[in-house]
Structures are given as C-alpha cells and as structure tokens.
Write a new protein. Structure first.
Length: 269
C-alpha cells in the first residue's frame, strides 16, 4: 500500500532555465489539474546562450539526474527549447523515466501558413541547432523559414511576470529584425521557439499585426505529457512547489506569479 501511495504522489518535474516553462505548466494544468508538479528553474545557470553546447548538455543532464534522485518524479519535461535541442538525448540516457522535450512548433506552423513564409523567434543557441534544420527539412519543405535569435526578449518576459513594465522597444526591434529579412514582409505565421516568449503574446501580436498568427509548442507538449501518463493515479501529499538553483532572495519576488500557476511553495535546490 505504501508503494502504491508513493507512486500516486510522484510529481511531474518541469525543468527550465528560467520561468518560461510556466507556459507549459499552464497548459498542463488545463489537461491534468490533479497531477502534482515540481517546477525547477536553473537560474544559477543563466544564460545558457553563453555556454558551449557541451557545457549545456553536461549541466542539464547532471541537474536532472540529481533532481530525479531527490524528488523521484514520474516524468520529466525539459520546458526549454535550447536545453532540449542540445541535451534531450543525453538526459534520456541518464534518467529511467519518460523525458519530454520542447522543440519549435515548425510542423503546425507549416500546416497553417498561407504565404509559405514562416518566422521563427528563439534564442541564438536554438536557431542554429541541427535539430531545427531537421525539423525544417522534414515538415517545411517548399516553405521559407526565416530565423532570428532574440534572447533579449527573455528579460521583458520575466519582467512582465514580476509585474514590472515591459520595454516595448525591445519587442519592436525583435519583430523588425525578422521583418527585414528577405521575404520577411510575407511572414504570416511566427513560431515562438522559446518558452518565455508566449508570456509576451499580447505585445508580440500588437507588433506583428492581426494578419500574423503566433504559435508555440506548449499545448502540444502538455498533450504529450498527458499521453505518457495515461491511466496513472495522482495524489497530492503537499502543495506543488517551485525550486531554483539560484539565490532564494532573487526568486521570492516571483512568489505571487508562481502562486497563480499553483506553485505555493518555494525552495532552493
């Protein structure tokens, strides 16, 4: 009986570099509200964009290995495009549980576009990954994919989450950079290839205009988690929590925002 209960209270572990993965958690709550969750933010490791791919892979797999030992999750989700495109295979080798990654939503964007020109906004590390090349080759044949690395969007996304003003000029520059590329004026679908970016959906929509559809992978990721957990039982033994690898004092100002996502405890990992 004790073993059965430990299986029921085993959480879903959602890992991100910062707090962009909350967009994935929001979708998961809609589909699986009864599942216990631990949200882990590697704020001590930021920014990933300045690390080599080997450093990112080693850090993510090492952290998730230790977190898996401590929290005993039933499933782990890497809710970060950069970490997923670099470290997903290594993490799956390390963990003995299902691991769900995050990849740019190129497939649905290719199905949506009418002009055949798709924009992709992500971190610089994400947009240069061979994994993205393979997604483009597989799902966007005959289409034009215009990529722009916009890591500067992360800060206003986190500022918005903290209730601070968003610097609209940062949004404007990122949108203009994508529009200025050859055929950029034909873009009618934009892939938000960073889990932070959907936090700025209103601001980005305002700059792109009503004729451009914005798409991200959070709903698809949540659906994948649900499918892998089909038939499992859930029980909360304690309130869901958020953990950070950084200083707790830097994380506490997010407590109200985290609470809105059902994360009522905050701890340092």
């Amino acid at each position: 009986m004790e073993l059965e209960r430990s299986e029921k209270i085993a959480p879903v572990l959602i890992f991100d570099t910062g707090v962009g993965g909350l967009t994935v958690l929001a979708e998961l709550r809609k589909l699986l509200p009864e599942a216990p969750v631990i949200f882990a933010a590697d704020q001590a490791g930021l920014p990933y964009g300045e690390k080599t791919e080997a450093e990112v892979a080693a850090r993510v797999s090492g952290l998730l290995g230790r977190m898996s030992e401590r929290y005993r999750p039933r499933l782990a989700c890497i809710a970060c495009n950069t970490a997923s495109t670099i470290a997903l295979d290594m993490v799956r080798d390390v963990l003995e549980i299902p691991v769900v990654g995050t990849v740019p939503a190129i497939k649905p964007a290719a199905a949506m576009t009418k002009t055949g020109v798709i924009g992709l906004l992500g971190t610089k590390a994400t947009i240069r990954q061979p994994y993205v090349d393979r997604l483009e080759a597989r799902f966007a044949q005959g289409k034009t994919l215009l990529r722009h690395g916009a890591p500067e969007l992360v800060d206003p996304a986190e500022a918005k989450l903290r209730g601070k003003p968003v610097d609209r000029s940062i949004i404007q520059r990122a949108v203009a950079a994508l529009r200025e590329k050859p055929q950029g004026e034909k873009i009618d679908t934009v892939v938000l290839a960073c889990t932070h970016f959907p936090l700025l959906i209103e601001e980005l929509s305002g700059e792109f205009g009503q004729r451009v559809r914005l798409i991200d992978g959070s709903h698809g990721i949540a659906q994948r988690i649900v499918s892998l957990l089909d038939g499992q039982d859930f029980e909360r033994a304690a309130p869901d929590m958020a953990v950070t690898t950084g200083l707790l004092d830097d994380f506490m100002p997010l407590s109200d925002a985290l609470g809105r996502y059902g994360l009522d405890r905050i701890e340092r990992f």
